[in-house]
Design a protein around this ligand. Structure first.
Ligand code: SF4
Length: 320
């Protein structure tokens, strides 16, 4: 289930990202967010009531959803309805707070929203959100702990690179040191932590430093999850323009794998390394995807050698 706590990104300056470029950041009031939660709860209650005659016994069912659509035909054209129905059908267990940096909210307001969400949807077992490293650093540790206790379980942080020169170039607004401190602080506060990095983001000029320093920073943080999101150009962004003008040279697929090998070699962590995105497109010699796209990824250090072997396999495939 998606719940929008803020609109767009309060930073909005990363040169590779086009997600919210045309949009202005806005905080939402607690009352407005609660109204959204109430609306979803009313929809859930209607679905449960209309599913009961079909034997769903407290759950939702397809005949119940059809009965509700017959009553409110406009739901049929609402993407959010199908998503919400399927979420309920699968147990209603996880929620994601949008948009780009929910921790920017005032602590007491965020806590109020979390408590309300947990009360209204008791089936939820995990609540996740994006967080900027700098915001994590700015929030007092006690605030983070209180937010964690109120029911926010997991944070996704965009590290992108552990190399200061690359971070500067992409306008991330955070140094490697800030990322390490913020990541360690999130762990101290009790959050499950996912760090996202972008293989290829250093281009040809910085690939080595990007690989080594990213591995160094990730090892210093030692998050629960490390997620690979290989760099691709996003039309209309400054970095896409730099590629078009020839001032940034992208890596070839084989060069990306070389970089990945260097990163993984230097990585010393006890979490999971995940390639859970279509951007991890490399293939083996049989034409199959090189890495599992499982959300749980590969446990390290146990499967570090396996990942290195897979990279070698990918390199051989790209040479044939
Ligand atoms: S902080 Fe995230 S959403 Fe905001 S500009 Fe950077 S990458 Fe995009």
């Amino acid at each position: 289930m998606l719940i929008r706590l803020t609109r767009n990104c309060p930073w909005n300056r990363c040169t590779f990202c086009g997600m919210y470029k045309a949009e202005k950041f806005q905080l939402r009031s607690v009352a407005e967010i609660k109204q959204d939660i109430d609306a979803m709860a009313a929809l859930r209650d209607d679905l449960i009531a209309l599913s009961r005659p079909y034997g769903a016994n407290g759950g939702v069912s397809q005949p119940g959803a059809i009965a509700l659509i017959e009553r409110c035909p406009q739901l049929n054209d609402h993407d959010g309805f199908a998503m919400f129905y399927h979420w309920l059908l699968s147990g209603g267990r996880t929620a994601f707070l949008q948009d780009a940096n929910s921790l920017i909210m005032k602590t007491d307001q965020l806590i109020e929203v979390l408590a309300y969400l947990r009360r209204t949807f008791p089936t939820i077992v995990r609540v996740t959100t994006y967080a900027r490293a700098k915001t994590l650093l700015q929030k007092p540790l006690d605030d983070l702990r209180a937010i964690r206790r109120a029911g926010l379980d997991r944070l996704h942080v965009g590290l992108e690179s552990g190399d200061d020169a690359v971070l500067e170039k992409i306008g991330k607004g955070a140094t490697a040191e800030i990322h390490v401190k913020a990541g360690r602080k999130a762990l101290d506060a009790g959050f499950q932590l996912s760090e996202y990095w972008m293989p290829g983001l250093g281009g040809k000029a910085h690939w080595q430093a990007h690989a080594e320093n990213t591995a160094r920073v990730l090892s210093a943080i030692n998050p629960h999850y490390i997620r690979s999101r290989p760099f691709r150009t996003w039309p209309g962004t400054p970095l896409a323009q730099a590629v078009a003008e020839g001032t940034f040279t992208m890596l070839t697929p084989a060069e990306q794998l070389e970089e990945l090998r260097l990163t993984i070699r230097h990585l010393s962590v006890t979490g999971r390394v995940c390639f859970d995105h279509a951007g991890n497109y490399w293939r083996d010699r049989q034409g199959r995807l090189l890495f599992s796209h499982s959300y749980q990824g590969y446990p390290f250090p146990e499967e570090k050698q396996r990942v290195l072997d897979l990279i070698d396999e990918g390199l051989q495939a790209s040479a044939t």
